[in-house]
Design a protein around this ligand. Structure first.
Ligand code: KIV
Length: 279
């Protein structure tokens, strides 16, 4: 297979200009990353959603920088030729801009991230600028930003009222102005994401934000139907691998219990001479 070219901040910008949709899928370990790269997805997001789907937390708030470094290193090994954006977790970009740069530096130097992602608007714009000045490409994230779920009072569509929608447009412009090269928009009315996408020169990536964003992102486990739990309205599962996995595990259990596994296909019956097992 021909080796493909890794996306860059320039090629993603060119895709927006050419009206070519950008694909993004999350991955959290080596095997998932290999699958996503084989599926020729443009960009991998090592999302802090790993707190939910890999570590079993209810929110992303307990995820640490060490967790992100650990998972991103594995993803990098599985997908060396795909642009890898890594989430900065809760409270790693909310103190001084110098702290933010130091924390992002770990993701760049230890995990070889191509970019980092930060949630928020006005309050984090100075942190975006500091990262960009340090040479670190930044992806913003507005709308339903899961690290603020306690403030939102739950996982709810954002920007439904006129004032809130206008605030989202302002935040998007501010994050672009601060130097971000990409912006994730999560769980907002389509008309709001469409307006933001028109107003920005940088590409937008939607999740629950309608069809007009410059690209789309889905969580690996949702896309493949692994979770077997109720998912948000915006999730489309393209497979039901959770159910298939449970069926496969149950078949294995039955074959072990009935001693039909391992049959001769899976045994070394003829490869020992002179040993009968008698002492
Ligand atoms: O953490 C994550 O997976 C994300 C995406 C849902 C955008 O931020």
């Amino acid at each position: 297979m021909q080796q493909r070219k890794k996306e860059t901040v320039l090629t993603l910008s060119a895709k927006k200009k050419a009206g070519m949709p950008i694909t993004m899928v999350t991955a959290y370990d080596y095997t998932q990353a290999r699958l996503v790269e084989a599926g020729q997805i443009d960009t991998i997001l090592v999302g802090d959603s790993l707190g939910n789907v890999m570590l079993g937390y209810d929110t992303t708030i307990p995820v640490t920088l060490d967790d992100m470094v650990h998972h991103a290193k594995a993803v990098r090994r599985g997908a060396p030729d795909t642009m890898m954006i890594v989430d900065m977790p809760f409270i790693t970009y909310h103190q001084t801009p110098a702290d933010t740069v130091r924390n992002a530096g770990r993701l760049m130097q230890e995990a070889f991230a191509d970019a980092v992602k930060l949630e928020g608007g006005h309050a984090i714009a100075p942190h975006v600028s500091a990262l960009v000045q340090a040479g670190i490409p930044v992806c913003g994230h507005i709308g339903l930003t899961p690290q603020s779920v306690l403030q939102f009072g739950g996982f709810k569509v954002q920007g439904k009222e006129e004032k809130a929608a206008a605030r989202l447009v302002d935040e998007a412009l501010e994050i672009e102005q601060a130097g971000a090269f990409l912006l994730v928009i999560e769980c907002v009315p389509t008309v709001v994401a469409t307006e933001i996408t028109k107003r920005l020169t940088i590409p937008t990536i939607g999740i629950g934000a309608g069809q007009d964003c410059d690209g789309q992102v889905l969580v690996f486990h949702d896309l493949l139907g692994f979770t077997m739990q109720k998912t948000a309205k915006f999730v489309k599962s393209y497979a039901s691998l959770g159910t298939q996995a449970v069926d496969a595990i149950a078949s294995y259990r039955e074959e072990v219990k009935s001693r039909t596994f391992p049959n001769e296909r899976y045994r070394y019956d003829d490869e020992v001479t002179g040993f009968r097992g008698e002492s």
